[in-house]
Design a protein around this ligand. Structure first.
Ligand SMILES: O=C(O)CCC(=O)C(=O)O
Ligand SMILES: [Fe+2]
Length: 277
């Protein structure tokens, strides 16, 4: 869902060069308040995970200057289709080994502050993907035969909190939940659990091909907010380019989740918005 011109991003400083801090000015404040209000209207609380960017509720999605290794590289490049928090369970389910692990977000909320080159965010609806998959492939994707790693932004924090990056060994990618399909997937961090499982691999390859065919480009403009349903869509983006700072692309990202069934252990101690891990 794209909301057009829902806040006025005035008085912005140069685009920052890191996930945080979010500069404390009127434009970013309006973007954040509007995002929280939009999420609230769809029954989602604005949440974060302590393991990602120290649990900051809003982070800058910007290009990083040289010298930050993989982060610099990723910040400028294309992102293939993924769900955010892919190694976390779906809402209503639990991690097979650690019941404290909170669910992945229901929504990814992107507020656009700057996007001068109109670099599109890509949205891939699951309904379109399903139409491209055969019944056999859909069956394979529902089997617990995939291995999921965590996204780069979570890795350091997970090492601190869990001792290691969270990996899920026997994961399904597709789920039939309450009469509808849900997905968890990331091009970069998903593999088959067994290296020579042909059917599992073919089904995943078909899913990747379908993604390429079904991606809808959404070039966010300053003042726009995109609410991407992280259960029934994948998202990504086109290449951004190496230029950083100044007037370059700058989005704020937050996550939304229906927290009505989150138990007390799944919160980071002492916080009412940061989840574990
Ligand atoms: O930059 C974008 O448009 C999306 C970024 C994204 O999906 C992410 O950082 O996980
Ligand atoms: Fe994402």
């Amino acid at each position: 869902m794209r909301l057009t011109k829902v806040f006025v991003p005035d008085e912005l400083p140069d685009s920052p060069c890191d996930f945080y801090p979010v500069p404390d000015v009127e434009g970013t404040l309006l973007a954040q308040v509007t995002a929280i209000a939009c999420l609230a209207t769809i029954n989602s609380s604005t949440i974060s995970y302590r393991s990602e960017n120290e649990g900051k509720l809003f982070v800058n999605l910007v290009v990083f200057p040289p010298g930050r290794g993989k982060f610099t590289e990723k910040s400028a490049s294309k992102m293939s289709g993924h769900t955010d928090g892919v190694s976390f369970p779906l809402r209503g389910q639990s991690d097979p080994e650690n019941g404290r692990i909170a669910p992945s977000p229901d929504f990814v909320c992107l507020s656009a502050l700057r996007n001068p080159n109109k670099v599109p965010t890509m949205v891939v609806p699951l309904t379109s993907l399903m139409e491209k998959l055969s019944e056999e492939q859909i069956t394979e994707l529902q089997k617990p035969q995939y291995m999921l790693g965590s996204q780069l932004t979570f890795r350091e924090g997970m090492k601190e909190i869990l001792g290691d990056e969270l990996m899920v060994d026997n994961a399904q990618l597709l789920f039939y939940v309450d009469d509808s399909w849900w997905i968890r997937f990331s091009h970069r961090t998903t593999q088959t659990a067994e290296t020579d499982d042909k059917l599992a691999q073919e089904a995943m390859d078909a899913l990747k091909d379908a993604c390429a065919d079904c991606a809808i480009p959404v070039a966010l403009e300053p003042g726009d907010i995109a609410l991407v349903n992280n259960r029934i869509a994948l998202h990504g983006r086109s290449k951004v380019g190496e230029e950083y700072g100044g007037q370059t692309r700058w989005l704020l990202r937050a996550y939304g989740l229906d927290i009505s069934e989150i138990n007390s252990e799944q919160w980071h101690e002492g916080s009412n918005f940061m989840l574990y891990p």
